[in-house]
Design a binder for this molecule. Structure first.
Ligand SMILES: Nc1ncnc2c1ncn2[C@@H]1O[C@H](COP(=O)(O)OP(=O)(O)OP(=O)(O)O)[C@@H](O)[C@H]1O
Ligand SMILES: CC(=O)N[C@H]1[C@@H]2OC[C@@H](O2)[C@@H](O)[C@@H]1O[C@H](C)C(=O)O
Length: 366
């Protein structure tokens, strides 16, 4: 087993998640500490501006280069902070490698593009550790969706969980890994997770999310608006399929005129209904939820109602639901180095299993 730090900067743009695990890329050993280093409001604003400009952005754009540097240095701080945490609990541990996802600013696999920003060479230099990055390009080049990549990690984690089961990540965007009774895998992005709720609440209250679902709880779902949102052609596409965070951005216009509470209730129902609209080969015996959405009790309740099945938090299975994506990119880093597949026909629609990721070594100091 090797010791690895996985780093994930998710679609919520809230910060970088870092997690330490021991793994050989197939089995998962010690799940060590994890942490989130938040981004400053200023960096969030710069990243958000890049999302809007990404389709026409040049790699040499000065705003992009500045943001990449700030983002990468924050990742290096996360690595240092996590090393210090591990030093306290397992002083004998030595970091072998880092899995660096970066920040997605554009995801358009149908046009062969997926773009995660971050400077892997700078991170390798600052941390004096080999860094694996660019996990999605090989899959997209081979005709896959480039996402989700977490399923192979979900399957390893859930090796002992009764099947059929679904593992649902509710981050900015939602994604699911379905494991059938026979072990068959089907995965896809599900639709919005928290990103639309966050954007709506931020726009109307200045607060970055609907804390504990308080606004949604006080609101009433606008059914015609909800049905209009569910008319999006994404929901009739078969899995595997993936999404750009901005795909549903215009959806907020459909809510014009609603109170902030009714809008939050409608968007919370939209996230749950988009998961329930999935057509899976078998009905999962349980849904295990990770990602920030599981902290929203209203979203969890509406999900359970719409899925008509047990909906459990990842912690019920001894997992850290806030660290799973970061852990995953540590796991994928080792798989990348070993040339093992990261994606499969059932997870991204790629025609054959594909590895991916590029390793960069730190500059040797003489
Ligand atoms: N107590 C809470 N109440 C409501 N929502 C919450 C709470 N805690 C976290 N969230 C939601 O979780 C989000 C963060 O989730 P997470 O960190 O899983 O996203 P991410 O990793 O950036 O996204 P992705 O998985 O799409 O890359 C916040 O933006 C917020 O909407
Ligand atoms: C292109 C991209 O960055 N997609 C993210 C995003 O955030 C959630 C969902 O959309 C998922 O497809 C993916 O991340 C996870 C970690 C994945 O690839 O499995």
């Amino acid at each position: 087993m090797q010791s690895v730090i996985g780093l994930m900067s998710g679609t919520s743009l809230d910060g970088v998640d870092a997690a330490w695990i021991e793994t050989d890329g197939e089995r998962i050993g010690w799940q060590g500490p994890s942490l989130t280093l938040p981004y400053s409001p200023e960096l969030r604003k710069r990243l958000r501006a890049l999302l809007d400009r990404a389709p026409t952005l040049f790699a040499s754009d000065p705003d992009l280069l500045d943001a990449v540097q700030a983002l990468t240095l924050r990742h290096a701080e996360a690595v240092q902070a996590l090393r210090e945490k591990v030093e306290v609990v397992r002083p004998e541990s030595r970091l072998d490698i880092i899995g660096f996802h970066g920040q997605t600013i554009l995801h358009d696999p149908t046009h062969g593009r997926t773009w995660q920003i971050g400077d892997a060479a700078l991170l390798a230099e600052k941390t004096e550790t080999p860094v694996v990055y660019d996990f999605r390009s090989a899959d997209v080049a081979a005709g896959g969706q480039g996402a989700p990549l977490v399923p192979v990690y979900h399957v390893a984690l859930a090796a002992d969980v009764a099947r059929p089961v679904a593992l649902l990540n509710l981050g900015g965007v939602g994604n699911v890994t379905f494991i059938g009774a026979s072990g068959s895998i089907l995965a896809c992005d599900t639709g919005p997770g928290n990103a639309l709720i966050d954007d709506w609440v931020l726009r109307h209250t200045g607060i970055p999310c609907d804390i504990d679902g308080q606004l949604a709880k006080a609101g009433v779902i606008d059914v015609p608006v909800l049905n209009g949102l569910l008319d999006d052609p994404f929901f009739t596409q078969a899995a595997p399929k993936s999404l750009d965070r901005q795909h549903f951005h215009a959806a907020l216009d459909a809510l014009a005129g609603l109170s902030v509470e009714d809008g939050a209730a409608t968007l919370t129902a939209f996230t749950a209904a988009s998961v329930a609209s999935l057509s899976l080969p078998e009905k999962p015996g349980r849904w295990i939820v990770c990602g920030g959405g599981r902290h929203n009790p209203v979203l969890m309740r509406v999900l359970a109602e719409r899925l008509n099945a047990p909906v459990e938090s990842a912690e019920r299975h001894g997992w850290d639901g806030d660290a799973m994506e970061a852990q995953c990119f540590g796991f994928l880093a080792i798989r990348s180095v070993k040339g093992l597949p990261l994606s499969f026909p059932g997870t991204t629609g790629v025609p054959y299993p594909v590895s991916g990721g590029i390793t960069i070594q730190p500059v040797r100091r003489t």
